[in-house]
Design a binder for this molecule. Structure first.
Ligand SMILES: Nc1ncnc2c1ncn2[C@@H]1O[C@H](COP(=O)(O)OP(=O)(O)OP(=O)(O)O)[C@@H](O)[C@H]1O
Length: 405
């Protein structure tokens, strides 16, 4: 029988795929479930899902705090490096939670369902930095110098612990929501609108009813922004604590000479040492490390500030032209790229100045802090040769971050 016919209602875009509920797959969870060993975390709402996990907002009834529970699918449990990596990234409790940092591991345990044993990672909650909600009254911070500096600071911390992230793109940046801790589960439910749910009704008598939840919940990012609004009531006020998320997509690794995993970041955030072999040579195993993160962060900075992709619409229509766009922005073609670059007609020359002038103008329109300084910073980060890129620690001394407006 095809997976399409296991459930009566069709899948929703903003919920995990229903056919992920099977032996080895997702853990069936309902709102109000209490997890932990001993039971301690009551599930309040859905935060999101990935290929290998569902992520829930929960209240820690013992320590009276609000947390995220990332529940891995049973096949990932035992294979995932995420717990190890998060342990390496723990910041001592004595450091203020206002300081930027990667999302922090608060606890971990295993829970058993009809689908197997699932690892549960308990972390602090972070709302995505970019707001997918088109409603203009919904919280969206201006991408200030301070936010960009906090991201570099967090990356420098990751790198100092030996971790290369490998998937730095705006969807993996978040803001801490401290005032959530003041909110019990009942307050949360009372203050927010009725959660949307989609019934999961089996149409196969062979399916174990314990292997799937009674309904799927869409993610509630937009509701969480209401808490950010309460915390930062003045529009554009600087949120002080940025978080880098997602240490589980298979990309982050301890870059100690061990082989790098395959690219996970979207192609247009990938550094040239990863993108060129893939696009030009069909080689998906090119090595990458912390230096590749610096390139990806530059692309992410551009996209956060200008609210559009750095390569413009050109790249979407033709990913094969990515090396040409990279060479045009960097103003040079590495020896190993010549044959490929010459093999494809492409309208852009190799003079980068007009491209960067246009980018600077976009930053001005977006009311960025110090557009010329930001352009100089990005040009420093976007060097084709990874060996010549500055480290994240070095970037913190860049005039863009050091100079006050
Ligand atoms: N600490 C957190 N606070 C708030 N939301 C979170 C948190 N961690 C994850 N999420 C939400 O859950 C979603 C899935 O998380 P994540 O990307 O870590 O899962 P994943 O299984 O590793 O995904 P993939 O492997 O597909 O990248 C995220 O896109 C985000 O919306």
């Amino acid at each position: 029988m095809s997976d399409d016919w296991l459930f009566v209602y069709p899948d929703q875009d903003d919920c995990e795929p229903s056919n992920g509920y099977k032996i080895g797959g997702f853990c069936p969870i309902k709102l109000g479930d209490v997890l932990g060993d001993p039971p301690q975390y009551i599930v309040i709402a859905k935060l999101g899902f990935g290929d290998y996990s569902t992520v829930w907002l929960a209240r820690d009834r013992v320590l009276s705090r609000t947390v995220a529970l990332k529940i891995l699918d049973a096949e990932q449990t035992g294979q995932s490096r995420e717990l190890d990596i998060l342990r390496r990234l723990e910041v001592p409790a004595s450091v203020s939670s206002k300081d930027p940092r990667p999302v922090q591991l608060l606890d971990s345990f295993e829970t058993t369902s009809a689908n197997g044993v699932h690892q549960v990672l308990v972390t602090d909650v972070a709302v995505p930095l970019l707001n997918p909600d088109p409603d203009p009254s919904s919280f969206q911070p201006r991408m200030t110098k301070d936010i960009l500096r906090q991201l570099v600071q967090t990356l420098a911390f990751l790198h100092s612990r030996g971790i290369a992230h490998g998937d730095l793109n705006p969807t993996n940046f978040g803001l801490a929501v401290r005032n959530l801790n003041r909110c019990s589960e009942n307050m949360f439910w009372r203050e927010n609108c009725l959660p949307r749910t989609f019934p999961l009704v089996s149409c196969s008598p062979d399916l174990d009813p314990n292997s799937f939840p009674p309904y799927l919940c869409p993610s509630m990012d937009c509701d969480l922004r209401g808490f950010l609004l309460k915390e930062f009531p003045i529009k554009g006020h600087l949120p002080s604590s940025v978080r880098i998320l997602d240490f589980g997509s298979g990309a982050p690794y301890v870059a100690d000479g061990s082989p790098a995993p395959q690219r996970q970041t979207p192609l247009f955030y990938a550094a040239p040492e990863v993108a060129f072999p893939e696009v030009a040579l069909d080689d998906y195993d090119a090595p990458w490390d912390q230096r590749s993160d610096i390139w990806s962060l530059a692309i992410a900075f551009h996209d956060l500030v200008a609210a559009q992709g750095i390569y413009g619409s050109l790249s979407e229509s033709d990913p094969k032209s990515l090396p040409h766009l990279m060479a045009a922005l960097c103003g040079g073609v590495p020896d190993a790229w010549h044959e490929y670059i010459a093999s494809r007609a492409f309208p852009l020359g190799t003079f980068p100045e007009p491209l960067w002038k246009k980018i600077e103008a976009d930053f001005e329109v977006a009311r960025a802090d110090d557009p010329p300084g930001l352009v100089r910073l990005l040009r420093r980060m976007m060097i084709l040769d990874p060996a010549k890129r500055p480290t994240a620690a070095e970037l913190l001394g860049d005039p863009y971050f050091v100079c006050r407006e």
